[in-house]
Ligand binder design. Structure first.
Ligand code: HEM
Length: 228
């Protein structure tokens, strides 16, 4: 797969030094060919309603010893229509929610939060998403992004964190085949109930961490501006 990025030189250098080791079935290792970023990736199969998705994480070199508060993410929604997202605390409620979808040729994203099993509102904490690369095809979207302050969250008395130091994360996924309403305004775009959702325990290994993390993170640019 090909992403839009001009960082070819860094890509080649990073790939050469990427510690992509042989893995257990979960996670698998994916090295993005354009940026050279190396991810631990978990694959979520589709079903009769949805195409499935994949989520990956790249982390700072110390993340398996000291909890990281940021990561570089890889999200692949294997369906062009609708949206897919990750619950970074493993539950829909009281956990930072990351949503992505295609709007024409661009990928738009939104950070959400909710106390209830109802349409989540905008996350008002200080997490930020910056795009590293994206791809939109007939069959889905891929998005590589830097997520600052996304591994700890706090809103309206609900707070939590994902502990990378434990080498095990509780994550959740959700996928909807219905496009968000008002798609050019991602932070407020109304979302319909997902057609598939679930949770899994994501084991982290050393392939998720890299000394190149800071160089990779420097590839990030602001996401496509909202048009609200
Ligand atoms: C209109 C928007 C949404 C509604 C009405 C909604 C509603 C619900 C409901 C009722 C459940 C329980 C399902 C069951 O137990 O069978 C659920 C589960 C779940 N939802 Fe949502 N949801 C919405 C958006 C989202 C978003 C944006 C995400 C993440 C990006 C998300 C992630 C999850 C996850 C991971 C679960 C399973 C884990 C859990 O039960 O906490 N949801 N949702």
């Amino acid at each position: 797969m090909r992403f839009q990025s001009s960082a070819l030189t860094l890509a080649i250098a990073s790939t050469l030094f990427c510690p992509c080791l042989a893995q257990n079935p979960q996670p698998t290792v994916y090295t993005d060919p354009t940026t050279g970023i190396c991810f631990d990736v978990w694959d979520i199969p589709g079903d009769s309603k949805t195409g499935g998705m994949a989520f990956g994480m790249a982390l700072p070199s110390t993340a398996l010893k000291t909890d990281a508060t940021e990561f570089i993410g890889y999200l692949n929604c294997k369906e062009r229509q609708g949206w897919c997202g990750i619950a970074l605390g493993g539950s829909m409620t009281d956990s930072l929610l990351f949503v992505a979808y295609a709007d024409g040729d661009v990928v738009r994203t939104s950070l959400r939060f909710t106390h209830k099993y109802a349409a989540p509102g905008v996350y008002t904490g200080n997490a930020t998403v910056a795009e590293i690369a994206h791809e939109v095809t007939e069959t889905g979207i891929s998005f590589i992004f830097h997520c600052q302050d996304c591994l700890h969250w706090s809103q309206d008395g609900g707070s939590g964190r994902a502990s990378t130091g434990s080498s095990m994360l509780d994550l959740g996924y959700a996928q909807s085949v219905q496009d968000p309403g008002n798609p050019s305004c991602a932070r407020e775009a109304p979302l319909m109930l997902h057609d598939a959702q679930g949770t899994w325990t994501a084991m982290l290994d050393e392939s998720a961490t890299s000394d190149s993390y800071d160089q990779w993170r420097a590839l990030a640019n602001p996401t496509v501006p909202d048009n609200c």
